[in-house]
Design a binder for this molecule. Structure first.
Ligand code: SF4
Ligand code: SF4
Length: 357
């Protein structure tokens, strides 16, 4: 995979809009694959008439697209130029009011680099005060910026789970996807987290790493891979962590662009579709998660959010967090399209990791 890039939006790239991404996926000839590349057909063939929600457990808030990095595989199309899309305090308070009406036990804060949102610490404090388990989806390098140096201790004091993206435990693979020097910075950040007690089996200081393939293949997710990572990071860098999540790359935004440019789009989509695993459907994150965008709109998951596929009531009305009603979520059908094969391929792929091993 080539070096990092700039955002699609900044370049005015053809795939900068969700419509262009959906159209690109729809135009791929998948007629010779299982279920002809139709996700709804794949569901029906396996006994699912529609995809419906289960009890809401995870309240995911995407506070914006601003990021200090511009990784090649980014499904958010995040970057330093995405300063417009940042959740304001009013919308954060709307989220908190909505959270109080739900049974969700976990608040999953993502971005961009969520720490860059000026209201990030306020949001975390408010969720912790409410007794919620808080997850910060952290790119690690942000912890090296001077104004975030205290974050490891700050997180530790509040029991925040830190879920960190690290494509690979080897420098070459990580830098290829995220940019030269990223791996070294990530190791420094991981050592800081270890120094305040993260990654040593304490459930109050849980350190999770998220890996994703550096190329056009499926994530390999099993206990032996986690052991290999643990041994590799410990031996060569003295770093420990609690668990490894392996995610498939989603064929949207910048990863979609890379697939197209590298000539891998057709074969990758065929791989995803032909690897459809019905055993993963039960545990799809869209079923127990709600995803709020920086502007307060509600989605079934972060991927649908990036494709502008809003959650809708049975009457077809889109949902906004300021008008939140739990029943609207309960009654909805989850919107699916071709990108969903990224979640059901192989062992499956969700924010929580493999769905079926
Ligand atoms: S993948 Fe994560 S760290 Fe990389 S640009 Fe996207 S949001 Fe930022
Ligand atoms: S992308 Fe994945 S999580 Fe989102 S709606 Fe599709 S299957 Fe569900």
């Amino acid at each position: 995979m080539s070096q990092p890039t700039t955002s699609l939006v900044q370049r005015g790239a053809r795939l900068a809009t969700p419509q262009a991404q959906l159209a690109t996926l729809a135009a791929i000839d998948l007629s010779k694959t299982r279920h002809q590349g139709n996700f709804a057909t794949a569901l029906v063939a396996n006994g699912w008439q529609t995809l419906t929600p289960t009890d809401l457990e995870i309240f995911q808030i995407n506070v914006g697209k601003l990021c200090n990095m511009t990784c090649r595989h980014c499904h958010v199309d995040a970057g330093p130029d995405r300063i417009q899309e940042n959740m304001n305090r009013e919308t954060i308070d709307d989220c908190l009011r909505a959270l109080d009406q739900t049974p969700a036990h976990t608040v999953d804060i993502t971005g961009g680099a969520p720490e860059l949102n000026p209201h990030f610490r306020y949001l975390v404090e408010q969720c912790v005060e409410r007794g919620k388990h808080v997850i910060d989806r952290c790119n690690l390098t942000i912890l090296l910026a001077p104004r975030f140096h205290d974050l490891p201790e700050w997180f530790a004091a509040r029991g925040v789970e830190v879920v960190c993206s690290l494509p690979h435990y080897r420098q070459r693979n990580t830098d290829a996807q995220r940019g030269d020097g990223t791996f070294e910075k990530s190791i420094v950040a991981l050592r800081r987290l270890n120094a305040v007690g993260y990654g040593q089996g304490d459930p109050q200081k849980r350190l999770t790493l998220v890996a994703n393939p550096v190329g056009a293949f499926l994530a390999s997710s099993n206990a032996s891979v986690e052991q290999e990572w643990k041994a590799g990071l410990q031996k060569h860098h003295g770093v420990t962590f609690d668990r490894l999540i392996a995610l498939n790359n989603m064929p949207i935004a910048r990863y979609l662009e890379w697939l197209e440019e590298s000539g891998n789009l057709q074969s990758y989509m065929e791989l995803l579709v032909n690897s459809f695993n019905p055993g993963t459907v039960d545990g799809l994150m869209c079923r127990n998660t709600l995803s709020v965008g920086w502007d307060g709109r509600i989605f079934d998951c972060d991927f649908n959010q990036m494709l502008n596929l809003e959650s809708r009531t049975p009457e077809g009305h889109s949902l906004h967090i300021r008008d939140f009603k739990l029943q609207d979520l309960v009654d909805r059908q989850i919107g699916v399209d071709r990108h969903c094969f990224g979640c059901t391929a192989g062992a499956g792929s969700s924010c929580g990791g493999a769905l079926c091993m």
